[in-house]
Design a protein around this ligand. Structure first.
Ligand SMILES: [Zn+2]
Ligand SMILES: [Zn+2]
Length: 214
């Protein structure tokens, strides 16, 4: 602040050196403080990005459902969705090129967005999704999905019915981010498939015992 910058600069350099090296995402995006491994996430509705929040900053945006303006807290519920009639015909109509995708409601654009994984990360489907909207209306749990902050992850399977879960949207993006590194070829390859299996196994564990949709 004053003209005596030499000592000030040395002190600042010292502080910067002492700052622990952390990967992106391990600091609160609101105040810069380090966050616990398990911390809250919010969606910045203007910039369309996920923000990490420390406990004090996350509290500013509670309770859920209050007027929150630009930042919307991401809920933490996980639940299996069992009521979607997602047969081959419905899946084909969605025109998702691979067998895994997630869907969420973009409130700013007032439409449902489909995202699927690949070597470049999440690819957004540009197709009209009237088929999905009609499907979603048939399941009471899917009807409760919160815009912008919750997603429905769906995996089509050759044997057996499609797998379908309601998840926090950060979990959906984490899955895609993880798969990006493992993705090989058009359909992902063996390693990506193994990661998807592990992810769904953990998901089944986590969503077990949740109350049935009202
Ligand atoms: Zn903070
Ligand atoms: Zn985070």
């Amino acid at each position: 602040m004053d003209g005596n910058s030499g000592a000030g600069f040395a002190a600042l350099a010292n502080v910067l050196r002492k700052r622990p090296a952390v990967a992106p995402g391990e600091r609160c995006d609101f105040c810069g403080e380090p966050v616990q491994p398990e911390h809250a996430h919010l969606v910045d509705l203007h910039a369309r990005r996920i923000m990490c929040a420390c406990r004090p900053c996350a509290l500013v945006f509670e309770p859920q459902g209050a007027a929150r303006g630009r930042y919307k807290p991401i809920p933490t519920r996980y639940a299996e969705v069992t009521g979607l009639a997602l047969d081959d015909a419905a899946w084909d109509a969605l025109q998702i090129p691979i067998e895994l995708a997630f869907f969420f409601r973009n409130s700013a654009e007032d439409r449902t967005v489909a995202c699927y994984p690949g070597p470049a990360g999440a690819t957004e489907s540009q197709l009209p999704l009237a088929t999905w909207d009609a499907l979603a209306g048939s399941d009471p749990l899917v009807a409760t999905v919160e815009s912008d902050v919750e997603a429905i992850v769906v995996q089509r399977r050759r044997a057996g019915p499609a797998r379908c879960y309601l998840v926090p949207i950060d979990a959906a993006y984490q899955l895609v981010g993880m798969l990006r590194l493992a993705w090989r070829g058009f359909d992902g390859g063996d390693e990506a498939r193994a990661q998807i299996e592990r992810w769904f196994a953990a998901l089944a564990e986590r969503s077990r015992g949740l109350a049935a949709p009202r």
